[in-house]
Write a protein that binds this ligand. Structure first.
Ligand code: PLP
Length: 355
């Protein structure tokens, strides 16, 4: 190591799913939405006045914060927006997890959590999921420096009932509890209902999955005014202008089209339930995912080989080598019916050929 290297902050970065760009690929590896953004988003894009780009955007991101506050029936002071929920979560780790005690999150979960913990020097402990890949609320009763988990969890898709989340909050009133609801719109009950009771609860959501806008980068947090104030203080001490003018306009348009949102979410849920059954019919073991992806294993197949064989047909799914417990699993995003049928045709032939 060179002498100037020893004081450099070294991190092992998060590795996102690959973003190939092939004309006929079936991309089921990063939980993007297969349907386009709401029609109002395109109208807002055409109506956008480019001259506004001369000016800095509103540092408070007011139009978007207010649109979200209206949608969820909360005060605008309870809403924080950022550049995707990854930005919101990173900022939240920095703001809320400053204890000497370890923060807790599941051993099988969003693989960005331990990366942020390492980056910000936050002590952490993995809490193992049970054999059915479920979070056991009792495991979160012990002393800790904070709690974070996705609901539904990723990459398992397993949903925790709201009563269990309330129970975890009841046992953790002296730390911040972050519920990452990236997939909640696909069939879960949001922890929003618990906000009036728990001012230490922070809910994080995103436009990337249920709103078909992974490319624009919008995420948001909803919590008590106090939590949101602390979060904004850190943001303003870092970069005041995280949300650009165009993103703010398109984001508002997306939130306002409730009908389109409901329609596309419903389509994905319907496809998910059908594909779940078809995969089980082919011998796959598949939990009861409430997200826009399925987490599957097959007693006769190597997940790693199937992942590679699907890829050679330009069908991209996600394979996680680690942890060991999930090395035989694949995570498959729910695409359009047509995309899923092509994947199922491939799998039928693959199994028939005795691969
Ligand atoms: C996709 C995802 C996110 C991040 O989404 P953004 O695109 O950054 O909004 C956060 N948490 C979980 C669990 C996710 O799956």
């Amino acid at each position: 190591m060179k002498s100037w290297e020893k004081n450099i902050r070294k991190v092992v970065p998060y590795v996102p799913g690959e973003q190939p760009d092939k004309p006929h690929m079936i991309k089921l590896n990063t939980n993007e939405n297969p349907y386009p953004p709401a029609p109002g988003v395109m109208e807002a894009l055409y109506a956008f006045d480019v001259d506004r780009l001369r000016l800095y955007p509103d540092p408070e991101a007011k139009p978007l914060v207010e649109a979200l506050a209206r949608k969820y029936g909360v005060d605008p002071e309870q809403v924080f927006v950022g550049v995707g929920s990854d930005d919101v979560l990173a900022m939240s780790f920095m703001t809320f997890f400053n204890s000497d005690r370890p923060i807790l999150f599941p051993d099988i979960t969003y693989s960005f959590y331990d990366v942020w913990a390492e980056e910000f020097r936050i002590p952490y402990e993995y809490v193992p999921l049970d054999a059915q890949f479920k979070i056991q609320k009792e495991d979160y009763y012990r002393e800790n420096g904070g709690v974070v988990f996705p609901n539904p969890n990723a990459p398992t898709g397993e949903l925790m009932p709201l009563a269990d989340i309330a129970d975890i909050l009841r046992h953790n009133q002296d730390v911040i509890v972050i519920v990452d609801e990236a997939y909640i719109d696909f069939g879960g009950e949001s922890a929003l209902a618990l906000l009036p009771e728990y001012e230490n609860l922070l809910i994080v959501q995103t436009f990337s999955k249920s709103r078909s806008m992974a490319g624009i980068r919008i995420g948001y947090a909803i919590g008590s005014k106090e939590l949101i104030r602390y979060l904004n203080d850190v943001k303003y001490s870092f970069n005041s202008y995280t949300m650009n003018q165009l993103t703010l306009s398109l984001g508002v348009a997306a939130v306002e089209d409730e009908a389109y949102f409901q329609e596309t979410v419903h389509k994905i849920v319907t496809t998910r339930e059908r594909v779940k059954e078809e995969l089980r019919g082919l011998g796959f073991v598949c939990g009861d995912s409430r997200s826009n992806f399925l987490f599957v294993t097959h007693p006769r197949l190597s997940a790693e080989k199937l992942f590679e064989d699907l890829k050679s047909e330009d069908i991209y799914v996600r394979y996680f080598r680690k942890p060991e417990r999930i090395k035989d699993y694949l995570r498959i995003t729910v695409g359009t019916d047509e995309e899923m049928d092509k994947m199922l045709d491939f799998l039928r032939a693959y199994l028939y050929a005795g691969a």
